[in-house]
Write a protein that binds this ligand. Sequence first.
Ligand code: KG4
Length: 336
Amino acid sequence: MAKILAIESSCDETAVAITDEGRLLSNVVATQISVHEKFGGVMPEIASRLHCENITVCLTEALNEANLKLEDIDAFAVTRGPGLIGCLHVGLQAAKTLAMLYQKPLIPVHHLAGHIYANEYVGEFHFPLLCVVVSGGNTELVIMRDHMDFEIVGETKDDAVGECYDKVARVLGLPYPGGLPIDQHAKLGEHTYHLPVPTGEGKYDFSYSGLKTAVINLVNSLKMKGEAVNVDNMARSFQDVAISMVVNKSLAAAKDFNVKQVILAGGVSANSYLRAQMKEKLEGTGIELIIPPLWCTTDNAAMIAKVAERLYEKKVFAPLTLGVDPNWKIDHWQEF
Ligand code: KG4
């Protein structure tokens, strides 16, 4: 193994991490949440500009924390996709510049592989396993039969679950990102509002746009009638439906694919109800559950470095002509 410097800039966090022989030496994250909060969502153009401003500071801080210089680094890894195109470009240009300047390999990393491999900081993978990838941009069920072997068996046909949380939070007047506030309000409420239970097209597929529209329409019609919306109860009713879909589909896939482990990954894996439900439903089944620590559920570069370590061993290096891919699919990670 080697000293790897990893960069993540796919959405609204600029992050740099350094690992040495698998040990995490530094993990710096500059979040832009307070800026995007005002708009109720990530403004891509502003996000790209802030990445430009933050990247050098994050690089310097990560090197200082690790007590290393750029010339000590053996390889530069970067998130190549999926994500916001302008944001991805900032990280990629930084990594390419460093790889060229120091004549070191450039390692292209898939963002969701990063979220999955973040779990290696807390547990060892036993195959076959099911990854439940739930974030602001993605909702996927991925079967792994070996390291870096990903098969997408189910995915959302419209909105991602995190995106749905954010939109529902907005209509309820809760801050962005909406996942945590809804999670907190849901704990105080009862399931009193009737909401449609989406089924998704295929057995392991998801659909969140109908649920999102149902909440928005219900809240607006209550407001028009002059009736108060009970935010706690609405959050609870919504969360029950949104998370049950993830739990039910994941359990079906875990059983059908005869997996040894289930791994949660992505921003929504911080959800307390999802964590509790998965624990409860998997207890006594013989299937082990790996839950990422909270620091791993938000975007960071430590998770990108985890994947990069494996790719470094396999000598999966990219040419300096590498471009970003905002829609890169995890099962095509070898194509760049
Ligand atoms: O992984 P992430 O940063 O998004 C992408 O990379 O696409 O996850 C952010 C998403 C947001 O939609 C946020 O509302 C959601 O994760 N989230 C949660 C919770 N904490 C964050 N959703 C539900 N419950 C939470 N506790």
